[in-house]
Design a protein around this ligand. Structure first.
Ligand SMILES: Nc1nc(=O)c2c([nH]1)NC[C@@H]1CN(c3ccc(C(=O)N[C@@H](CCC(=O)O)C(=O)O)cc3)C=[N+]21
Length: 297
């Protein structure tokens, strides 16, 4: 039987597990606060940001919701980031990506105080991750490590194939799996749009992590019996339904499920974990900023 890894359930465990740390911070007189900055009117981005705010409320993190018109000057975003960096009551700062074309996203990430960079995208934090001394593990790859752990899959000694080389998932995922640390110690292959004969690589894998942003790129034909399959794709495909869209992963679920020993669904797999690990990083950031020792889940 193929195990369907329930991301909503594991995310709930993480949120519950943050309760002790948040209580410890409250005892020290601190309420963690996360600021989300949205400079977009993309409906998907709006959905994610509002879900993040609901999550914060559930666990007792204060959520600051800042919206900047997508037509505004880039300077307005930089000024907002400066203000949040300087505000002691704000512990985490997240600028929802993508930002409009006239805004340099690398410059945005450089401007966030690395101590408040709960996405883990600032070059200093990327450098620390690669150097094996992460401050904030990026939320999606960290969430995937938690999902693998929950499914009883230890990457140590396994062949892991990451499909996709983005800065926010593929690269940090490959780095975490490579780390000489818990949840790491895998032999890692990274595939991308220029990879020759990708199916040969994925067929050889014990773990396949699909993060290419291409709907149903990975199907059962590309997998061997017994593979663990993690689907990072959150592709919105238009439909005639009431919502107007359907969420489709980077994995063709039915054919992949027929081969996999364990697989994550979309929705309800990686997405909720990304949000849970954002809460985790916000609590961690708060504890670090105030020199409070906390136990994290
Ligand atoms: N600075 C920044 N940090 C991010 O972490 C970030 C970002 N920008 N930009 C966009 C991507 C995407 N992302 C998702 C988060 C949650 C779900 C999620 O919870 N999805 C639900 C369903 C959502 C729905 O129904 O539309 C699920 O898969 O079950 C999906 C995608 C975070 N990202």
């Amino acid at each position: 039987m193929t195990e369907i890894i329930d991301g909503n359930e594991v995310a709930q465990e993480i949120r519950d597990g943050l309760g002790d740390a948040i209580a410890t911070l409250e005892d020290a007189g601190v309420t963690p606060a996360l600021a989300t900055v949205l400079m977009s009117d993309d409906p998907a981005s709006e959905t994610y940001v509002s879900m993040k705010q609901d999550d914060c409320e559930e666990v007792g993190i204060e959520a600051l919701d800042i919206e900047i018109s997508p037509d505004a000057d880039a300077q307005e975003l930089y000024d907002t980031i400066d203000e949040l960096n300087g505000d002691e009551a704000v512990n985490g700062v997240l600028v929802q990506m993508p930002v409009p074309d006239h805004v340099d996203d690398r410059a945005v990430l450089r401007n966030i105080d690395p101590a408040k960079d709960v996405d883990g995208f600032h070059p200093e934090n990327v450098g620390r991750l690669v150097a094996g001394n992460a401050r904030f593990k990026p939320c999606t790859p960290h969430g995937i490590q938690k999902l693998l752990d929950a499914a009883g899959v230890d990457p140590e000694g396994k062949d892991a194939v990451v499909v996709g080389r983005s800065e926010i998932v593929g690269k940090p995922m490959a780095n975490l799996l490579l780390q000489k640390d818990e949840g790491g110690n895998a032999t890692v292959t990274v595939c991308h749009s220029r990879t020759d004969d990708m199916a040969a690589k994925t067929r050889d894998a014990d773990i396949v992590i699909a993060a290419a942003g291409v709907p149903e790129l990975i199907d059962g034909e590309m997998l061997t019996e017994g593979t663990t399959v993690i689907d990072v794709g959150v592709n919105r495909v238009e439909t005639d339904t009431e919502k107007g869209y359907e969420l489709v992963g980077d994995v063709d679920f039915e054919s992949a499920k027929a081969k996999a020993s364990a697989i994550t669904p979309v929705p309800g797999g990686v997405g909720p974990m990304t949000r849970a690990m954002l809460l985790y990083n916000t609590v961690k950031a708060t504890a670090q900023q105030h020199g409070v020792d906390v136990d994290l889940p």
